[in-house]
Design a protein around this ligand. Structure first.
Ligand code: NAD
Length: 505
């Protein structure tokens, strides 16, 4: 059981160490902070002091509370100063040799019952623990940056970690007000694993020339309701950093096709297009300001436009109403129409036209997934004429809802990115990397997605997610789209994707 105000050692006083120190000092613990580099711990405490002063100035805490928190962070000049700590958390550089050596040195300094936790983001916790005499006391404790604001922490048991170690760390984290989730010692743990889909599928869309990075971001924000799209996120983290994570997770998962990185990334890293920090990435920047690509006004609706809507279109009635309001005529004979509208799930416009005997030169597809009131995606077939293209864009933005025009792509942009996220999450559940509840919360808190990924799948409809994936798989032949068994079982049974496995005992 955690006592109020236990002694916590923090080794490494960089970006993460100073945040971890602040979090536990604010929760009432005594924190001992050590860094090998001269002056680093002092700078870290000054940084925290500045944050606390600003919080006091804004009236969020009293000056006395700020002072008390600061006094609970004691700077140490040697590792011996951590003797007597109940828990030591390391946040030193991401280097297996350095972390192993550190824990080996710490073991005789701290008591036998003390827990040693690593904030590694990409190393195997088991490999760090292997250096220790008592590996049962070693676990991963993965915080997110900035630590006080990112309210989720992954607790990672390695193969030899004792259940009591996990329980104590969970309790310690929960005591700070952050949500502790338990994740297996597997590549990317939980949050970085679940977050792969947005990047890999976003990159795949632009690789296929179906849309530009800015279009993907706009659709993910405005149609799917995410805070940020994949390319603005990559610009924020830096492609040099994210590129390495993509390669590393792919390698560690033994080249699992779902995580296959894009060949577009390396040339951009070589050219220094890292993102915000280098002034140019997928976007250009002036200072911290992003230069937004211009949005073109839609073309005018052609007079007397005749529209045919596929009978199986999900939003047949809504599209017909929109057409009437815009002054277009809805016709039931395909041969009479200037514009033919399809609404495929997981298929490209061209293959749908061929399957349904629709003239692809007059055809476009409208993504049924986001709903008609959100930013719309209009997809061309391989041979749609400029006349039909402009008429479609005019029609689908005639009521003021913006529409983005994309090239042919199985699953548009929103369908394919969302089902990829759901499919990866289903596989995380299948592999028992985390419980369903921990997975859902970790994604909302760690990635800021509007919903947990399995809830997202339920909202689309499990059977529909399965159909989209199967169609994308059939269309591309790419094993990255093969549906997870977890998803297939729940979809075909007609139950929620949140349904856990049946108890075996
Ligand atoms: P950082 O470079 O800001 O800080 C690392 C600090 O560790 C430096 O002050 C350095 O002097 C110190 N250090 C290095 N070797 C040491 C040793 N042997 N003993 C004591 N101090 C030592 O790095 P960071 O961004 O804070 O990352 C630290 C750890 O946290 C890494 O393992 C990283 O992968 C992980 N992590 C980082 C983030 C992030 O967003 N920055 C997020 C989650 C996890």
């Amino acid at each position: 059981m955690i006592q109020q105000g236990i002694a916590i050692g923090v080794v490494g006083a960089g970006t993460m160490g100073r945040g971890i120190a602040q979090l536990f000092a604010e929760a009432g613990h005594e924190v001992r902070l050590y860094d090998v580099q001269d002056g680093a711990a002092v700078r870290a405490r000054d940084f925290v002091a500045d944050l606390l002063r600003r919080a006091a100035d804004k009236g969020r805490i009293t000056p006395e509370q700020a002072q008390a928190v600061l006094e609970r962070i004691q700077l140490q000049t040697t590792l011996d100063g951590l003797a007597g700590c109940d828990v030591v958390i390391e946040a030193v550089i991401e280097d297996l040799g350095v972390k192993r050596e550190l824990f080996r040195t710490l073991e005789p300094i701290v008591g036998d019952q003390a827990i040693l936790a690593s904030n590694t983001s990409s190393l195997l916790v088991a490999e760090i623990a292997a250096a220790c005499r008592r590996p049962q006391r070693v676990a991963g404790l993965h915080f997110f940056n900035p630590v006080p604001l990112m309210k989720v922490v992954e607790v990672i048991p390695a193969v030899r970690t004792a259940p009591e170690t996990v329980a104590t760390l969970r309790q310690l984290v929960q005591g700070t007000g952050h949500r502790a989730v338990v994740a297996a010692d597997q590549p990317g743990f939980l949050v970085n694993h679940a977050g792969r889909g947005l990047y890999t599928e976003g990159l795949r869309v632009i690789e296929e020339q179906a849309a530009t990075p800015a279009q993907v971001d706009i659709l993910i924000r405005e149609a799917a309701g995410f805070r940020m799209g994949p390319f603005e996120l990559l610009d924020l983290t830096g492609l040099d950093v994210s590129g390495k994570v993509m390669e590393s997770i792919y390698e560690q998962f033994q080249h699992e096709p779902r995580f296959r990185p894009s060949s577009l990334v390396r040339p951009r890293i070589a050219a220094g297009l890292y993102g915000r920090k280098s002034g140019e990435g997928w976007y250009r920047y002036q200072g911290q300001q992003r230069i937004e690509p211009e949005r073109q006004p839609p073309p005018p609706l052609p007079d007397g436009l005749k529209v045919w809507i596929s009978r199986d279109a999900e939003q047949h009635a809504g599209i017909a109403t929109l057409a009437h309001k815009a002054g277009a005529q809805v016709v039931s004979e395909m041969s009479q129409a200037d514009l033919l509208v399809l609404q495929p799930w997981g298929r490209d416009a061209t293959s749908c036209c061929v399957a349904q005997g629709v003239d692809a030169t007059r055809a476009v597809a409208l993504d049924p997934l986001p709903g008609l009131d959100r930013h719309r995606t209009v997809m061309l077939s391989a041979v749609t004429t400029p006349g039909a293209r402009d008429a479609a864009l005019a029609l689908f933005s005639s009521d003021g809802v913006p529409a983005t025009l994309i090239g042919d792509s199985p699953g548009f942009v929103v369908q394919r990115i969302l089902v990829t996220i759901v499919n990866i999450a289903a596989n995380i559940a299948q592999r028992g990397i985390a419980t369903v509840a921990d997975l859902e919360d970790a994604v909302k808190l760690g990635l800021g997605y509007p919903q947990g990924p399995l809830t997202m799948g339920d909202a689309i409809g499990p059977m529909r997610v399965l159909t989209i994936l199967r169609n994308m798989h059939a269309c591309t032949g790419d094993p990255r789209y093969r549906p997870s068994p977890w998803l297939q079982r729940r979809a075909t049974l007609g139950v929620s994707l949140l349904t856990p496995e049946a108890p075996r005992t």
